[in-house]
Write a protein that binds this ligand. Structure first.
Ligand code: NDP
Length: 278
């Protein structure tokens, strides 16, 4: 069994990105918009700011009060849509309940939507002609590349069907010529299904839900989950201690997918800057 080292791989990709940015005639710019004072969101956004600094991306955090109206937020996005200095715009989720998330995500120009959540970007991915790909599945594809996981003809099972992880992951696996099944909370006999997977990606938000008996011997297991226990310790959706004994390759939590997600956001910002006319 080999542990997929997200920390080393993301450091390697960040170093490559830094070299690329140093050689660019323009300075890529990423703006993160944060509404309210959700503590987890504050931490995520600061992490993105630090990553941006590391790879030489100019970044700005726009902090708006919890009371910001939908219209006010739309106007802020519009301002950054029009400002050519900014190549990537992210709106940190979740938003306060009085703001319609879909309206906000629709407002970001697809070419600046580095999270890949705009319906145009989701549609392009499903049409097999992607522009921006959600960072988590994009990072997992980089892991497959680095660890030479051949997807062609393999049986892949993705557990979880969210727009940000499960669905785009399934499509990327299919584009890699895997045969893909998407499972969710209504799936019957989940364990039977996961045991058929050569490649198992789990993104459900259920602490150590997948056990060794759910995994085929020699499978590649990717754990997207991030669950904190009562002591504040982070666990994945996969019971790592058990499953590492049967998997051929496995991602740890922490130190796996999460770091790659952040790095891929930087990569997409640089790609957006390269495509821009500046
Ligand atoms: P969502 O809550 O949006 O979706 C969860 C999905 O899991 C749903 O499709 C749900 O099914 C399914 N599900 C929940 N419980 C079960 C179950 N017991 N059996 C089968 N399917 C189940 O979550 P996200 O996709 O946003 O995130 C999933 C996890 O990944 C979370 O822990 C999150 O924190 C983490 N995450 C980590 C990232 C990283 O960078 N490492 C990035 C993004 C997320 P249904 O649709 O039927 O409700």
């Amino acid at each position: 069994m080999t542990i997929i080292d997200g920390k080393t791989l993301s450091a390697k990709i960040q170093a490559e990105l830094k070299r690329e940015v140093d050689g660019m005639p323009i300075h890529p710019g990423l703006v993160a918009i944060l509404v309210g004072d959700d503590s987890a969101s504050q931490i995520y956004v600061r992490g993105k700011e630090r990553d941006a600094e590391k790879v030489g991306i100019k970044s700005e955090i726009v902090r708006l009060p919890e009371t910001t109206t939908e219209q006010e937020l739309l106007e802020v996005i519009d301002k950054y849509n029009q400002d050519l200095v900014w190549h990537g715009i992210i709106v940190q989720l979740p938003l306060p309940k009085h703001i319609n998330e879909d309206h906000i995500l629709m407002k970001i120009l697809p070419e600046k939507d580095v999270d890949g959540f705009h319906p145009t970007n989701m549609g392009r991915l499903w049409a097999g002609n992607p522009l921006m790909i959600p960072s988590t599945p994009a990072g997992i594809m980089e892991m497959f590349k680095e660890y030479k996981v051949n997807l062609d003809g393999k049986r892949a099972v993705v557990v979880g069907r969210s727009n940000i992880v499960g669905k785009p992951m399934a499509q990327l696996l299919m584009m890699g010529n895997a045969t893909v099944t998407i499972a969710h909370s209504h799936t019957k006999n989940l364990s039977e299904l996961t045991r058929e997977a050569d490649i198992l990606v789990v993104a459900i938000g259920q602490d150590r839900f997948i056990k060794a008996t759910d995994v085929k011997s020699g499978a590649v297991v990717i754990d997207v989950g991030m669950n904190r226990d009562s002591a504040g310790k982070l666990h994945g959706d996969v019971d790592f201690d058990e499953v590492e004994k049967v998997a051929s390759l496995i991602t740890p939590v922490p130190g796996g997918v999460g770091l790659m997600t952040r790095t891929m956001l930087m990569k997409q910002t640089i790609e957006a800057a390269k495509r821009s006319k500046l």
